[in-house]
Design a protein around this ligand. Structure first.
Ligand code: SF4
Ligand code: SF4
Length: 309
């Protein structure tokens, strides 16, 4: 087993959770979107092949649980080619999508790869719920798992409750279906105590809505940035805490920049390295130690343990 990169020793084996933003482009314009460069052009296949080679190199050192992300990743014209190349021997390939592609496109995807977990975000202002539901059923019948995340935009809060209720029966019909809600709060339309009563009751019935966990030292963390924001009444501050994202998390941006966490990218920190321009094997040792969080806010959607150093 390889335990060294250059002269730096790596502690193995270990699992990395990685986002690859194949493209930042998105065809939707949700008003709560925090993504930048939604009109970005697409990179050519040669560029993406270099990123695939990087992942192939990582597979030699780490177990990599990969999620294809965006923008809307399925818009990338090379998406099917990329999926065909990626290794799914350890984990299902995860695709985070708004499900705007037609069913005919998903049929093509099925021919290339079936071991896929979809994380499908539903955006009420952009998409008809029945059309979305039909696609979810198709995916459930053909692929590995579907996780639907309904964006509970407070502007349309009553109708989105109905949409959630419409999806509920699928939880009984399909064991590989997961349903959750991600609250999006706006100044002009707040959630009131009746909304929260409803939400708490749903949380009792559906474990996956209980987005909060406690780690050993009692620090809460969540898989939802919006939930953290609401619960903290502001963005969570982990400045000065030791964070496992240094050894568990990897964000690969569409231009090939690599960061430990989403927050580093959003704050335009200098990347750890760039896959396209740098000899990345010289930098892999940087993935081998936890970091002390330098931020006053955390945008991480991945549950990364943090602790007092
Ligand atoms: S679908 Fe997602 S990436 Fe696209 S605009 Fe909406 S929130 Fe942003
Ligand atoms: S901002 Fe990054 S380093 Fe800081 S707590 Fe969040 S995930 Fe960890």
């Amino acid at each position: 087993m390889i335990t060294e990169v250059g002269s730096k020793r790596l502690s193995l084996p270990r699992k990395f959770f990685s986002h690859w933003d194949i493209t930042s482009r998105c065809n939707y314009k949700c008003r709560y979107c925090t993504y930048e460069n939604r009109d970005e052009g697409f990179y050519d296949y040669g560029h993406k092949l270099k990123i695939i080679h990087f992942y192939e190199c990582l597979y030699a050192y780490f177990d990599v649980d990969l999620i294809l992300f965006g923008g809307e990743p399925t818009l990338d014209p090379d998406f099917l080619k990329v999926v065909e190349r990626l290794d799914t021997s350890l984990y299902p390939l995860q695709i985070f999508t708004n499900l705007s592609q037609p069913i005919s496109w998903f049929k093509e995807l099925y021919k290339k790869q079936r071991y896929i977990r979809f994380i499908a975000s539903y955006h009420y202002s952009m998409c008809d719920p029945k059309e979305f539901m039909n696609k979810v059923k198709f995916l459930l019948d053909h692929f590995y798992e579907v996780y639907v995340k309904i964006m509970w935009d407070s502007k349309y809060k009553a109708i989105i409750k109905e949409v959630y209720t419409m999806f509920e029966p699928l939880r009984v019909d399909y064991s590989d279906f997961v349903l959750s809600i991600d609250r999006i709060w706006h100044e002009d339309q707040r959630f009131n105590k009746f909304d929260m009563q409803w939400y708490k009751e749903e949380q009792r019935k559906n474990q996956r809505l209980q987005t909060y966990y406690k780690v050993d030292n009692g620090i809460k963390y969540s898989t939802s940035f919006n939930e953290i924001k609401l619960e903290c009444d502001g963005i969570a501050n982990y400045e000065g805490m030791e964070c496992d994202c240094g050894t568990k998390n990897l964000i690969v941006c569409s231009n090939g920049d690599v960061h430990h966490c989403l927050t580093f990218r959003k704050n335009h920190f200098k990347p750890l390295f760039n896959i396209i321009n740098d000899r990345y094997t010289d930098y892999l040792y940087l993935l081998d130690k936890n970091i002390i969080c330098p931020h006053k806010n955390c945008y991480s959607e991945v549950a990364v343990p943090k602790r007092k150093p």
